[in-house]
Design a protein around this ligand. Structure first.
Ligand code: PHE
Length: 461
């Protein structure tokens, strides 16, 4: 940190956001994605509603937000990609911290490969809504359409390719002319569509039932598994643990505040997840369908409902456009992490790196489109291992390795207790909760708790 070499030319010419507002929109764009419109509603459905939502909100506040601040702070302090950020910020002789950055770059690569396959399904449903609308089709036929799509790798791969093509097209433009410009176009559209869908849901018979399901906690339904899922999801939904927020933070100008923007991003992300639930559950209940369909909730259950609604074709078009836009503004942040690494660390040209990396990610996505088991594996590996492990080390690094002086600058305009509270949460609460989550993934937690010694100690048996 201390040696004063002037940075190479390409690092001096790094882009930056035009304003704090642009950063908030782009970062919210990264956070708001399939995680909010597809995954949050279906896991809420599976884990029984209100109580799950309650734990999720708690996790966002206790683990998500402090870590979000940490990532933005790291990026803004270093003005580099995740690998470079750890190289610049780790003390002499502790360069091994850059491994956390490397893991982030690999995660970006892997996550985008299957994320784009799901986004491709959404995109194909946008077109289906226009050219072969669901209206009038019997439920079994609609259900079969999804099975057909996911068992025709050829078609899936084409949509996956088209989606990656758009993603590359945006990222190639760089920070201002790519990420910022498109976030400013897509995010307002996304907000508009979701508000419209919510207003529509408010006119349906199932509105009150839907809201009750979403907001009335029944804690007897809460299982330990649901708690861990909620915790894990707070990570995924805020794009944490792999350096997306480090990268976006790295394009912030020095004088910019990070606390209010981070809070805004967390609030927007949570709001959109809840609004998505408020749009989906009422119409599901209106037709007496089950909310617990799992991953097929928006691709199988919803189209059945759309087929029966007045103006179902319009609603279905808007819904899948929403899903596609949400996925696109997240996909560009995943790709940006990988691209920023090549541009910042190796000095390569963005115009060449972006399509090449994009194409390689497309190729890695192909097996996910062909084999469900491959898809499940990469999904499991990244959401349950890479992101939490990444988040765990990012938290420890920020709390215990990063110079205090560097952290305090970002809190200069706030009272001291805010800084202390944040630092404590990042250093102790987040890592402990994340560690529990990781141990549980490997079944280690179960093993520990089934040990006769511990059971005796706790007085079980
Ligand atoms: N936050 C995105 C979503 O909710 C997913 C994502 C994860 C994006 C990690 C970037 C990094 O869909």
């Amino acid at each position: 940190m201390s040696e004063k070499k002037s940075p190479p030319e390409h690092l001096l010419q790094r882009g930056s956001w035009g304003s704090k507002f642009a950063f908030v929109l782009a970062a919210a764009g990264s956070a708001i994605g399939l995680g909010n419109v597809w995954k949050f509603p279906y896991i809420t459905g599976v884990y029984g509603g209100g109580a799950f939502v309650f734990v999720y909100l708690f996790s966002v506040l206790l683990v998500g937000l402090p870590l979000l601040i940490a990532e933005i702070l790291l990026g803004k302090s270093a003005h580099r990609d995740p690998v470079g950020t750890f190289i610049v910020l780790s003390p002499k002789g502790k360069k091994y911290w850059q491994l956390v950055g490397w893991m982030g770059v690999v995660s970006g690569f892997v996550i985008l490969s299957f994320y784009s396959v799901v986004a491709g399904w959404a995109l194909s449903y946008v077109f289906r809504s226009i050219f072969e609308p669901f209206s009038g089709l019997p439920p079994e036929k609609i259900d079969h359409l999804f099975v057909e799509l996911t068992s025709s790798p050829g078609i899936e791969i084409i949509w996956h390719f088209i989606f990656m093509f758009f993603t590359v097209g945006i990222v190639i433009g760089g920070v201002k002319k790519g990420l910022e410009k498109w976030s400013k176009i897509l995010m307002p559209l996304l907000f508009g569509i979701i508000l419209f869908l919510d207003l529509y849901a408010a006119t349906t018979k199932g509105f009150v039932t839907g809201l009750t399901f979403l907001f009335k906690p029944d804690f007897t339904k809460l299982t330990p598994d649901a708690i861990l899922q909620a915790l894990g999801h707070s990570f995924f939904t805020l794009s944490l643990g792999m350096g997306a927020m480090i990268t976006y933070g790295s394009y912030l100008k020095d004088e910019e505040d990070i606390v209010v923007p981070a809070v805004s991003v967390a609030v927007l992300d949570t709001l959109i997840a809840l609004l998505a639930g408020m749009a989906i559950f009422p119409i599901v209940f209106t037709f007496g369908l089950k909310p617990s369909a799992g991953p097929g909730l928006v691709f199988r259950t919803l189209p059945v409902v759309f087929a029966k609604l007045h103006f179902g074709m319009v609603i279905s078009f808007l819904f899948f456009t929403l899903l596609t836009f949400a996925a696109l503004t997240s996909a560009i942040s995943l790709l940006e992490v990988v691209v920023a690494f090549f541009v910042d660390e190796l000095g390569w040209d963005r115009k060449i790196v972006t399509p090449v990396v994009g194409f390689l990610i497309f190729l890695l996505g192909v097996p996910s489109a062909i084999w469900d088991s491959f898809f499940d594996f990469v999904d499991w590996l990244s959401t349950n291992i890479f992101l939490p492990v990444g988040g765990f080390f990012i938290a420890l690094f920020t709390a215990f390795v990063l110079e205090e002086k560097l952290k305090k600058i970002h809190f200069a305009r706030y009272p001291e207790y805010l800084y202390r509270g944040w630092n404590f949460t990042v250093g102790w609460i987040s890592p402990v909760l994340v560690a529990i989550m990781i141990l549980n993934r490997f079944g280690i937690l179960k093993l520990i708790f089934s040990s006769p010694f511990l059971r005796k100690l706790l007085g079980v048996e």
